[in-house]
Write a protein that binds this ligand. Structure first.
Ligand SMILES: Nc1ncnc2c1ncn2[C@@H]1O[C@H](COP(=O)(O)OP(=O)(O)OP(=O)(O)O)[C@@H](O)[C@H]1O
Length: 276
């Protein structure tokens, strides 16, 4: 398996800075398929994401971007192909007519290493910012309240919200809630962070504060897959950009080649439409 992973890593990530090419990819998708009823939503996604990479996924509504993230995080089961995270085969998969399933404990363990930040912040409304952040580390990772609180306070500082530790979500702006949601994900010490349009539910003036936190995070070497409509963010922060359309990755490469000088007609049309 290491050979497959390494070979695929080298063939798929050649456009990435060599510093990001340390060993096997953190995420590997091979011919991943997903359908809802008769609707084929993912039609053979091949992708290798090395540790430390920031991959931005762009594409029109309904192209399967969220579904792909949800498959990585095992919120959806794939119907074909294979997915690995950290060299471990992810949850459910099918080979021929056989369906392989990990037990719930193994799935829970795999999911713990993957953080996900949603469009809607999904904070617990009855818990303060601090309580939202320590909930997972205490309940799931078994950390002491003292240790979890110390780390949560550092994370609040990192997202610029130390003064909001005792505020409830309803007392925070959308941008602040999203920054708490990011801190909450980080508190679980994830190896991989998935962002599903984290700024699209925000008022325009609140977008930049969330993008700044994501930008800072990228600089720490966190592996991130960001589904985003923020082309400026994708250009400045992404190591690579993937353009998805109709369940396929139509174009993949460094941000300049995909966003400024795309080769595919569909990519060009999408970028023009988003810009105007
Ligand atoms: N649970 C589901 N049941 C049935 N169809 C679904 C389900 N989830 C997604 N779909 C459909 O799958 C297709 C892809 O959806 P997905 O949310 O992955 O697209 P997307 O590219 O993320 O779009 P957007 O940018 O609008 O979020 C859409 O046609 C959607 O209606």
């Amino acid at each position: 398996m290491t050979d497959i992973l390494t070979q695929t890593a080298l063939s798929e990530v050649r456009t990435v800075d060599p510093d990001h090419l340390a060993g096997a990819p953190l995420v590997l998708a091979q011919k991943v398929e997903k359908q809802f009823g008769t609707l084929k939503v993912l039609k053979g996604i091949d992708l290798a994401i090395p540790k430390g990479e920031v991959l931005c996924i762009i594409g029109p509504s309904g192209s399967g971007k969220s579904t792909f993230l949800r498959c990585i995080n095992q919120l959806e089961r794939i119907d074909g192909g294979a997915l690995w995270v950290s060299g471990e085969r992810v949850g459910y998969h099918r080979e021929g007519n056989k369906l392989y399933e990990l037990d719930d404990a193994a799935i829970a363990r795999q999911r713990r290493s993957i953080g996900m930040v949603f469009q809607r912040f999904n904070l617990f409304p009855h818990l303060t910012a601090l309580q939202n952040i320590i909930e997972g580390p205490v309940q799931v990772l078994g950390e002491s309240a003292r240790e979890a609180t110390a780390r949560a306070l550092a994370l609040l500082e990192r997202v610029g919200l130390a003064d909001k530790r005792d505020a409830y979500p309803s007392q925070l702006s959308g941008g602040q809630q999203q920054r708490i949601a990011i801190a909450r994900s980080l508190a679980m010490r994830p190896e991989l962070l998935l962002f599903d349009e984290p700024t699209s539910a925000l008022d325009p003036e609140l977008v930049s504060e969330v993008l700044k936190v994501m930008r800072d995070l990228a600089e720490t070497g966190m592996t991130m897959i960001c589904v985003t409509h923020e082309l400026g963010f994708a250009r400045d922060v992404g190591h690579r950009v993937a353009f998805m359309d109709q369940g396929q990755i139509v174009e993949l490469g460094d941000p300049r080649s995909v966003l400024v000088d795309p080769k595919e007609t569909r990519t060009k049309a999408f970028i023009n439409a988003v810009r105007h």
